[in-house]
Design a binder for this molecule. Sequence first.
Ligand SMILES: [Zn+2]
Ligand SMILES: [Zn+2]
Length: 284
Amino acid sequence: MSKKLYFWEKRKAVLINKHDKERVIVPIIEENTGLQITVERSYDTDLFGTFTKEIRRKASQLDTAYLKARKGMELTGLDIGIASEGIFGSHPVVPFIPWNYEIVLLIDTKNDIEIVGESGTTSTNYDYITTDDYKELEVFAEKILFPTHFIVLRPDDEESNSITKGINSWESLREAFELGIKKSKQGKVFVEADTRAFANPTRMENIGKATYDLIKKMKSYCPKCRTPGFSVVNSKMGLPCECCGNPTKEILLRVSTCRKCAYTEENMVEEKRASAGRCLFCNP
Ligand SMILES: [Zn+2]
Ligand SMILES: [Zn+2]
């Protein structure tokens, strides 16, 4: 093992979890850092909010991950807590493009640090449909990669409490559809991609990416105080134009800051010049 791992090796951590996310998170962290992870399943993390809408999410994504990690530590008495939390919505910059943003949070109370691994992607199958037509439902199901990706179905609309989750075969989809139509007041069903991690391999992959980002930060130590989690927190624009040399809106340097001692380092990007196409003077 590399010298850099002394901070984490053989320490014990808890991951609080209900939906099988440990299948991807635990091996990545254990193999890459030497942490030993206990999975805590006795607490129903759905109480913190769930994707399938029975319990509306109250806190923000990071707050929810924080509460979960703390709960795991409280239940086990361990001083490192890990929790993962994801959201589905539309892309932060480009509206109407589906977006999945996953975080994996690590809290270490012994050293008073928090590190957040993150991964945002447009690669998600999330979508929904309201329909009374089984043929249309079949087309929708193919599109969202059913049956490797599960489906959730309700009569009428997304507000209905009569919910069928974890539909993962064509027979059970047909059955759920017919039952949903029968229960429905308006003769239609609301169907959406199941976004729980175990029901959605595409999401699981993104949770893996967020975990690797966490590892990268866990192995990045502050040059001054040697605390892990030293990572880029900001960037500055102004890379000079290749033609006229004026500053452009391309990234010039990235700023890394230690959350413990506030030591800050600025690193220039590798590119020396921005393309004239990105220049407000050459290409207004
Ligand atoms: Zn220019
Ligand atoms: Zn520091």
